[in-house]
Write a protein that binds this ligand. Structure first.
Ligand code: 1GP
Length: 253
């Protein structure tokens, strides 16, 4: 994931990336192996593992499967410090900068710091911004924070700027898993314009048109979970879309 930082800074004309979000609660060994097999023929850049509320004990087994059967980097997307797992390659160290809950801004990080220092996990300091996409999401409820209003791109831009000034190295804009609609392209573009950091965008992307809109607006990494769980073939469609952007980029070079 560090090469995302290297390849996308300082503008959005860089390579695009595709991350598949695997929620341990919604996966079986068979469905996970199926996604791994699909990712052999349809490139995926990263597997993100986690969710805002993980109730099963599956996470370690899922990561084990991924590491045993795939070379795609496995990156933790943790809801709290309990979900740190040293089998993974890296971790999005999320500071929930859209919220005002100190536990998710710094508290969980204090608890995690010694574990992270002692592990070999690569740490990606990420400004995490929840955006209101029409209904309360698990992430917003569980974190006890108010998401950024859907039609307020300036708030999103200022929040991202503050994250950048504080030294965070990635911005993740999330409409929440299974969001009714994705984040508005105007907001993605405003954040893109405001900061030089790699921009990760996810939540509610359930067709290639929505994926293309997010990429066009300035997302460097798109994250898709829900719709791939329901329809694994969508992985192939998004993979082709992202590859087509990168082929065009290679031709331009
Ligand atoms: C949620 O950004 C991710 O945290 C992905 O959302 O599950 O809606 O694709 P979906």
């Amino acid at each position: 994931f560090k090469h995302v930082y290297a390849n996308t800074k300082p503008n959005s004309a860089g390579r695009k990336y595709f991350a598949v979000l695997l929620d341990p609660d919604n996966l079986t060994e068979a469905s996970c192996l199926n996604l791994i097999a699909l990712s052999e023929t349809h490139p995926v850049d990263f597997f993100f593992v986690g969710g805002s509320l993980v109730t099963s004990q599956n996470q370690a087994a899922i990561i084990h499967l991924l590491k045993a059967h795939s070379t795609i980097p496995v990156i933790l997307f943790p809801s709290n410090s309990q979900h740190i797992d040293a089998q993974a390659d890296g971790i999005l160290l999320l500071s929930l900068i859209s919220g005002r809950n100190s536990d998710f801004l710094i508290g969980q990080h204090v608890v995690s710091a010694p574990m992270l220092k002692a592990s070999r996990l690569e740490v990606y300091p990420t400004g995490y911004m929840l955006v209101d996409t029409g209904r309360q999401t698990t992430a917003s409820y569980m974190s006890g924070t108010m998401p950024i209003p859907y039609d307020k791109p300036a708030i999103a831009a200022c929040t991202a700027m503050a994250g950048e000034l504080l030294g965070l190295q990635y911005i993740y804009m999330d409409g929440g898993s299974g969001a009714k609609k994705p984040i508005a392209p105007e907001m993605i573009a405003a954040v893109r314009e405001a900061v030089d950091l790699p921009l990760v965008v996810g939540g509610g992307i359930n067709n290639t048109e929505k994926a293309a809109i997010a990429l066009e607006a300035g997302a460097d990494v798109i994250v898709i979970g829900n719709h791939i769980e329901k329809n694994p073939g969508f992985l192939a469609e998004v993979s082709s879309l992202v590859s087509s952007y990168n082929v065009t980029l290679d031709i331009r070079r």
